[in-house]
Design a protein around this ligand. Structure first.
Ligand code: OSB
Ligand code: MG
Length: 371
């Protein structure tokens, strides 16, 4: 057994989505993601980057990630020699400011390899307390209310335990009212994707009457102060997504009252290790967390589902089944049971690997990085 890193391979993959995913910041028809493979000793590890082709959700985007990885992150990780402690990876990349999605993909790949060498699952590594997790589903902005209701109906038949509707200015209160009626007892939330301003408070006061489990990221990602003002006016908990990039951000947001729930996405915060820190900060403060998603393939989904098994994750996440996104995933598909739960992978590392033929069929570019 050896912890020495032999090299990395980057791949960009393209997978058609079963339906376009539209939010206030744009529409995706294909999932395009960068995968990182590390070869270490006699195992390989895989990580998926959460970035998209354009820097709309955050500052990062695929071509920028590719460059950050090849120019800075991968060379300095390789340069550091054998990985004795998995924390070494984060430490080697710490001098690079930001680039959290890129770093998260490297950390995931190295952690996967490191855990495979030790025959340990990521779930047990992050302190998982459950073998299956309840799943929610995030519904993109539909062309019209009938299309939305039809889509939601399909998810209810599948057993999803919470539905999240994307909203945007001008397409919110009425649509959500329609969704609320259709859902009956299933918990409902909305996600504003940072598209509103405090002047739009009347929209949220109207939504406050609709018995939502939370309102996700209504205001600008930089604006914790206004989130605190809005939260004070609402009974419905505000959940922050884009605004929380680190455990330090989570502490401030909780202290100023900017949110009562946090959506943790490992890509957004720089990896699984920082995700655990945010989980711990929130748990200490009595703030529920759940695991979000970025339409990941099975490689990234495996990390999300492992994190969803942590004890402080007390709400269903956006960890939906592979078929909700793709006709065919890169890995064997993640499925949900009739009661809306998904099994947490318990094999070594992230517990899944891309299927070689499927991976080759989806790959649009490849680059190797060695010392
Ligand atoms: O705001 O949570 C979000 C997808 C892309 C960018 C931002 C978000 C989302 C989702 C999808 O809501 C969640 C999923 O992976 O199913
Ligand atoms: Mg969101």
């Amino acid at each position: 057994m050896s912890n020495s890193l032999r090299g990395f391979e980057l791949r960009e993959v393209a997978l058609p989505l079963v339906r376009p995913f539209r939010t206030s910041f744009g529409e995706e028809r294909d999932k395009r993601a960068i995968l990182v493979r590390v070869d270490a000793g006699d195992v390989s590890g895989w990580g998926e980057c959460a970035a998209s082709p354009e820097p709309r959700y955050s500052e990062e985007w695929n071509d920028g990630v590719w460059l950050a990885l090849t120019a800075f992150l991968l060379p300095c990780v390789l340069d550091g020699g054998p990985v004795e402690r998995h924390e070494d990876v984060g430490a080697r990349m710490a001098w690079v400011r930001g680039q959290r999605m890129a770093k998260a993909a490297v950390e995931a790949a190295v952690l996967d390899a490191w855990l495979r060498m030790r025959e340990r699952s990521l779930a047990s590594h992050v302190g998982a307390v459950r073998r299956r997790v309840p799943c929610g589903v995030s519904v993109g902005i539909a062309p019209d209310v009938d299309a939305m209701l039809e889509e939601i109906g399909g998810y209810l038949d599948r057993g999803y335990r919470r539905v999240k509707l994307k909203i945007e200015p001008g397409r919110d209160v009425d649509v959500v009212r329609g969704g609320r009626r259709a859902l009956a007892a299933t918990p409902l939330s909305v996600d504003g994707d940072a598209a509103y301003r405090l002047e739009d408070a009347p929209v949220f006061e109207a939504l406050d009457e609709l018995d939502l489990v939370m309102i996700e990221q209504p205001l600008d990602h930089e604006d914790l102060a206004d989130h605190a003002v809005l939260q004070a006016r609402l009974r419905t908990p505000i959940c922050l997504d884009e605004s929380i990039r680190s455990a330090a951000d989570a502490r401030v947001a909780i202290e100023v009252g900017a949110c009562r729930v946090i959506n943790i996405k490992p890509g957004r915060v720089g990896g699984a290790v920082e995700s655990v820190r945010i989980h711990d900060v929130a748990r200490e403060a009595g703030i529920p967390v759940w695991i979000g998603g970025m339409l990941e393939t099975g490689v990234g989904r495996a990390v999300n589902v492992a994190l969803a098994a942590m004890p402080g994750v007390t709400m269903p996440g956006d960890t939906s089944a592979s078929e909700r996104y793709f006709h065919e995933d890169l890995t064997p598909p993640f499925v949900i049971d009739s009661d809306g739960h998904m099994d947490v992978p318990d094999g070594p590392g992230i517990g899944v690997e891309p299927l070689p033929d499927r991976l080759d069929a989806c790959t649009v570019r490849v680059e190797g990085v060695t010392l």
